[in-house]
Design a binder for this molecule. Structure first.
Ligand code: NCD
Length: 323
C-alpha cells in the first residue's frame, strides 16, 4: 500500500475518464485511496496535503454523493473548497460554459471538479483552463471517480478485480457509470456482462468488450458482483420501458433473481436508488450482500486520492496529455 505523500506516478494533468488509463495508474490510485480509507476512520480527519490549495466544485446537474464527497475530500486534505451550482451562478444569466470556466480560472483554483449534462463538456472545459480538471460526470459519457470507488469497494471485499464476473444491469444506454465501469473492469482483467432490455442498450455495446443479456437470471448466472443502475429518465425523451411494474418484474433485482448469481454474490448501486423500480428494498438493505453504503464511504477516499495525485509537483516534470 502506498503511503500518502509518497510520489506515485500518475502522468496526467486531468482526470476526465477511465478510458485510456493504464492498469498501473488505476492500481496506484486505488492503493493511495486505501490509505485515505484509514485516514477517514480516524477521529481527527484534518490533513494538510492540499493546504493553501483551492478546489472549486462546479455542478451543472444535481448531485448528493459526488458533490458532498468531493467537498469533504477537499476539506479533509486542508484545501479551501467552493461550491457553485447553476441556479445561483451567472449561468442563469446566459453565460456560456466556457465563459464560466475562464472566469473561474482567472481566480487561480488548483482543481475544478465539473459535472455537466452534456457528454464531452468537461473535456472542452479542460482545454481552456490552467488548473487540473476532474470529471464529476458528463452526460452519458464518463464518471471516472464512480468507477474508481466501485473498484476500490470490490477490491477490498474480494481482494482482486482480475478474473471476477461482474453484471451491470439496467439503464446502460444512459449511464456514464456503466461506461466508466466497463472500461475500468476490462482494463483490470475482470469479465463484464450487461443485462438490460434492448431499448436500454446501445446496439454496438459489444464493441466495449461486454457480453450482452436480455434475461436477468441468465445474465446473473455465475456472477460475483451485481451492479444495478437507475432508470435515468432525465436523459430519456419518451418512454423506454412499457411500465415500471413490468420493468421491475423482469429487470428489478430481488432475492429470487439474485439466486442465479454465485451464492455470496455482492450487490452494488451508485445511487440514487429507486426502490421497487430497479431494486427491491429487501436486497438493497441486505447487510450481508449489499455494498451500497460502503461504496459511499469509498467515494470520499477515492476523491481524496485523486485530488492528492493531481495536485502534486513531481520533480519538475511536466504532466503529460490529458486523459
Ligand atoms: C450516478 C450519476 O450521477 O451518474 N450517481 C452518482 O454519481 N452517484 C448515477 C445516477 O445518477 O443514476
Amino acid at each position: 500500500m502506498t503511503a500518502p505523500h509518497s510520489p506515485t506516478s500518475f502522468g496526467h494533468r486531468h482526470l476526465l475518464g477511465i478510458e485510456g488509463l493504464a492498469a498501473g495508474e488505476i492500481t496506484a490510485l486505488l492503493d493511495l485511496s486505501e490509505s485515505y480509507v484509514e485516514h477517514n476512520r480516524r477521529r481527527d480527519k484534518k490533513g494538510q496535503v492540499l493546504r493553501g490549495r483551492t478546489l472549486i466544485n462546479v455542478f451543472f446537474e444535481s448531485s448528493t454523493r459526488t458533490r458532498t464527497s468531493f467537498e469533504l475530500a477537499g476539506k479533509r486534505l486542508g484545501a479551501d473548497v467552493i461550491n457553485i451550482s447553476p441556479e445561483v451562478s451567472a449561468v442563469k444569466k446566459g453565460e456560456t460554459l466556457l465563459d464560466t470556466a475562464m472566469t473561474l480560472n482567472a481566480m487561480h483554483p488548483d482543481v475544478l471538479v465539473v459535472r455537466h449534462p452534456d457528454s464531452g463538456a468537461v473535456h472542452l472545459l479542460a482545454q481552456k483552463v490552467t488548473c487540473a480538471v476532474i470529471n464529476g460526470g458528463d452526460g452519458k459519457h464518463e464518471h471516472p471517480t464512480q468507477a474508481l470507488l466501485d473498484a476500490l469497494t470490490i477490491r477490498r471485499r474480494l481482494g482482486r478485480l482480475e478474473g471476477l464476473m461482474v453484471a451491470i444491469c439496467g439503464d446502460i444506454l444512459h449511464s456514464r457509470v456503466a461506461r466508466s465501469n466497463i472500461h475500468l473492469l476490462n482494463i483490470m482483467g475482470a469479465r463484464v456482462r450487461v443485462v438490460a432490455p434492448p431499448t436500454l442498450l446501445a446496439c454496438d455495446i459489444e464493441r466495449m468488450g461486454v457480453e450482452v443479456f436480455h434475461d436477468m437470471r441468465a445474465g446473473l448466472q455465475g456472477c460475483d458482483i451485481v451492479m444495478m443502475l437507475r432508470l435515468q429518465t432525465e436523459r430519456m425523451q419518451g418512454s423506454f420501458v412499457p411500465s415500471i411494474r413490468e420493468y421491475f418484474h423482469f429487470f428489478g433485482l430481488d432475492h429470487d433473481k439474485l439466486a442465479s448469481a454465485k451464492p455470496h454474490a455482492l450487490i452494488m448501486h451508485p445511487g440514487p436508488m429507486n426502490r421497487g423500480v430497479e431494486i427491491d428494498s429487501l436486497v438493497a438493505d441486505d447487510i450481508f450482500r449489499s455494498l451500497i453504503h460502503e461504496q459511499v464511504e469509498m467515494g470520499v477516499a477515492v476523491r481524496m486520492a485523486c485530488l492528492d495525485l493531481l495536485t502534486r509537483d513531481l520533480t519538475g516534470n511536466e504532466p503529460s496529455e490529458a486523459v
